[in-house]
Design a protein around this ligand. Sequence first.
Ligand SMILES: C[S@@+](CC[C@H](N)C(=O)[O-])C[C@H]1O[C@@H](n2cnc3c(N)ncnc32)[C@H](O)[C@@H]1O
Length: 222
Amino acid sequence: MMDPSSRNRLTEKLLPRFSGESLFDRIARAVCRAGCLPRKELYEAWEVARRVRRRFRGGRVVDLACGHGLTAQILMLLDDTSPTALAVDRRIPESAAKLAASLEEDWPRLRGRVQFAQGDLESVELRPGDLVVSVHACGELTDLVLERAVSAGARVAVLPCCHDLQKGDLGGLEGWLDGPLAADVVRAAHLRSRGYRIYTQSIPSEITPKNRLLLAEPLVHR
Ligand SMILES: C[S@@+](CC[C@H](N)C(=O)[O-])C[C@H]1O[C@@H](n2cnc3c(N)ncnc32)[C@H](O)[C@@H]1O
């Protein structure tokens, strides 16, 4: 069993570890051929994307603070009814294009449907039908993602990390809950107060201790 939390890059050497015909193994092989992605990012993206797709189908996928944009691409593979994906990061890694090309080799239907944009996520125009995702947007960046999604009336899924206990809103709950949990509880309650239905889930903690997944959709779709 490989350690799914490892930051070692997945390379062709590891291809024999993913020899099955499952979608996960096929994606993992494409990732290994690209030779650029830390192992934990594959597992995180996969575990987030499959849970998101159990709840939310269709819509333009918008992956904010996307890094290599693998989450957006897996979301597209899991549900072909999403027409396009937009993956946004202040700094898109050079190897993101290599990873996308490797995935497109195996899934030509992705070609031309996943757009990368380098820039601040604040500059992205969101729409009500969008499916906004953000995996490990550090600290307050997660709050910004939630705020942007709610303002647009879009569905949203975040896997928060790097909680800033000085700046973050702990809702006065820190006497009962540990700080990061208090911050995420306040985020969930805030979404409800803005007219959203929330779903609270976790991805396996063996991949990352920052494993709380918060999904939300507007009760009334615009
Ligand atoms: C911890 S990484 C997560 C990357 C990716 N989602 C993943 O799970 O591998 C946080 C990312 O946020 C990006 N970022 C930070 N501030 C940003 C901003 N204001 N707008 C867009 N991206 C930002 C960074 O460049 C970095 O790639």
